[in-house]
Design a protein around this ligand. Structure first.
Ligand code: HEM
Length: 354
């Protein structure tokens, strides 16, 4: 047997082995049961390149600005918690009233995140036709935001359809807890509105391992005096960033590794360096403290629980089958906009200049 045959064989063996290892890594993950209408293979035939179109584009976007990963992750969370993962958060206001987007918790969503989703939709629809929903694209973008920031790789069940209505301001406020909430409020809110438990709360809050917050979201912990559950040096630094009430400054959510999806956020909490009351109080409350410690000392455990809870979150009140629609433009519903969407589609415009 020639040397080149041997090396070809070992190369083949090696690549089979690494494929086996990476498949196992994904299979080792436990997922919650899928809701009716979603499936792991939903777009395998009508849009086989869906995931690579999204991942390749986001890789470029994040190379330019990794902060956009946090914006996309938060967008999916805000979509799912209000009226389910139906892309209702992407709809702009109409004659029927101000949009979900205009409700206070959504005002700090990154405008760029909306543009990135629309650009992805355009790329996907140009290649596959109008078969993939904005809700599915948002879920895949959130997953890639996590993976490309160093987090766990996981599969996303697909088949969501887009809603034709958006939530009211009050409904949005009722479903998205404020950063001033304590753990009791959070646990009740998540159990009542989203059927999520304490482990889900702690795991999903781990999303705060990337991204930023505005001073107005935590200034109540700085003025008139230091929140006693906040570390003194952390407080001194935050007072430098937010010297007075109502400034427009921002700071990172995870001081140890602000752009990396890892378990350091939980180490922050153990050191009393969580930014929001909603973060730090989970370490004070005995119902969640142990979960935080377990994630702080074991990143693999955090990743497993995070993926499980994200998959639960990503299936909240989804529209499937013949319910909802596949929007031709993520910011407007199709009905009454057919002409407009045809014009936009035929331009075949590249929105990459956002
Ligand atoms: C449990 C209740 C939660 C509360 C009270 C909360 C609150 C907040 C607030 C106030 C901000 C900063 C807004 C600003 O000042 O600009 C923020 C940012 C963020 N949140 Fe949450 N959040 C929660 C859960 C989640 C979940 C479940 C995820 C995702 C799994 C998440 C992901 C993010 C990310 C990535 C950012 C940074 C966004 C950016 O940099 O643009 N949050 N959150």
């Amino acid at each position: 047997m020639s040397l080149s045959t041997i090396s070809l064989r070992s190369l083949l063996l090696l690549s089979l082995l690494s494929l086996h290892v990476s498949l196992n890594a994904i299979q080792a993950q436990t997922y919650p049961p899928l809701v009716n209408g979603l499936s792991w293979t939903f777009h395998d035939f009508d849009c086989p390149n869906l995931e690579s179109i999204i991942t390749n584009r986001l890789r470029q976007v994040f190379q330019n600005d990794i902060g956009q990963a946090a914006g996309l992750l938060r967008l999916h969370f805000h979509d799912c918690f209000v009226q389910g993962c139906d892309a209702s958060v992407l709809l702009v206001g109409s004659a029927s009233g101000p949009s979900e987007q205009a409700a206070p918790p959504n005002l700090s969503l990154r405008q760029q995140a909306f543009r990135i989703i629309e650009d992805l939709r355009n790329r996907v629809h140009r290649q596959c036709g109008r078969v993939v929903s904005c809700a599915d694209i948002t879920a895949l973008a959130a997953r890639d935001a996590i993976v490309l920031s160093g987090g766990p790789a996981y599969e996303v069940p697909l088949g969501r359809r887009d809603g034709t209505t958006f939530a009211t301001r009050n409904e949005t406020l009722r479903n998205l807890p404020a950063p001033t909430s304590n753990t009791s409020v959070l646990l009740t809110s998540l159990a009542t509105n989203q059927n999520l438990n304490a482990t889900d709360l702690v795991a999903l809050s781990g999303g705060h391992t990337i991204g930023i917050g505005h001073c107005t979201s935590f200034e109540g912990r700085l003025f008139p005096a230091r929140d006693p559950t906040m570390d003194q040096t952390f407080f001194n630094n935050l007072r430098g960033t937010c010297p007075a009430l109502n400034t427009t400054n921002t700071t990172v959510l995870d001081i140890r590794s602000p752009n990396v999806f890892d378990n350091r956020y939980y180490v922050d909490l153990m050191n009393r360096q969580g930014l929001f009351t909603s973060d730090q109080d989970m370490y004070t409350d005995s119902r969640t403290r142990g979960i935080i410690t377990s994630f702080a000392v074991n990143q693999t455990l955090f990743f497993e629980k995070f993926v499980y809870s994200m998959t639960k979150m990503g299936q909240l009140n989804v529209l499937t089958g013949t319910r909802g629609e596949i929007r031709a433009n993520c910011s407007v519903r199709n009905s009454g906009n057919d002409f407009l969407s045809l014009v936009v589609e035929s331009q075949g415009g590249d929105l990459s200049g956002f």
